[in-house]
Unconditional design. Structure first.
Length: 203
């Protein structure tokens, strides 16, 4: 009998990656417990997704706190109480500080809709489309506190065709995200991902 592996998902928006993870667990493809949703926007659709899935939530308003460090300390208390093994950033639209990064470094991952280090930050799909690249994609990486700057775990690419619009490209990239993120979580769950400096080895 394997030990339970508990994850917390951080999200700010619609929650499609959150849903993809929940669905992967429900279908038996992912052997984790989605223990907690952390959300900085009480009205975000992802909160309703969590409620429907029976996932506990920690919802807060950043403006109610004097600093990021203060609300991150509250988040850490929630994570520790729930014995969280892995933090999943899934459209969480806030930079996090060392308060959260240091105790969980190597146990926080993020997904970004470009082939990092190209097009970090907001609207990675739009940035790539406007630049005119022929190839873009999705990156899952460890979080180091910088802007999409942590060590890369996995990437998948997609061709940008001459008849693509930003919307059609986004649709294909989101489909890749929903496939790749649960796969990477499963690899980490199985102990097959090793971090050594900036290099990540998948065994």
């Amino acid at each position: 009998m394997t030990q339970p592996f508990r994850i917390a998902v951080f999200a700010s928006g619609s929650g499609t990656n959150f849903q993809a993870i929940v669905d992967a667990v429900a279908s038996g493809k992912l052997d984790v417990i989605v223990e907690l949703l952390v959300c900085d926007r009480p009205q975000a659709p992802v909160v309703e997704r969590a409620n429907l899935a029976g996932v506990s939530t920690f919802v807060f308003r950043p403006k109610d706190y004097a600093s990021r460090e203060i609300y991150e300390a509250e988040i850490i208390a929630e994570l520790e109480a729930r014995q969280i093994d892995l933090i999943i950033m899934a459209g969480y639209m806030r930079l996090i500080t060392d308060t959260l990064v240091k105790p969980y470094y190597g146990r926080i991952i993020n997904i970004h809709p470009s082939l990092l280090p190209a097009f970090p930050g907001i609207n990675g799909i739009g940035q790539a489309f406007e630049y005119g690249v022929k190839l873009t994609g999705v990156t899952v990486h460890f979080v180091d506190g910088g802007l999409d700057s942590g060590p890369v775990i996995a990437q998948m690419s997609v061709d940008v065709t001459s008849d693509d619009t930003e919307a059609t490209l986004a649709e294909r990239i989101h489909a890749l995200e929903h496939m790749l993120y649960p796969q990477v979580i499963a690899l980490i769950r199985a102990g097959r991902v090793r971090l050594d400096g900036r290099k990540v080895f998948v065994e």
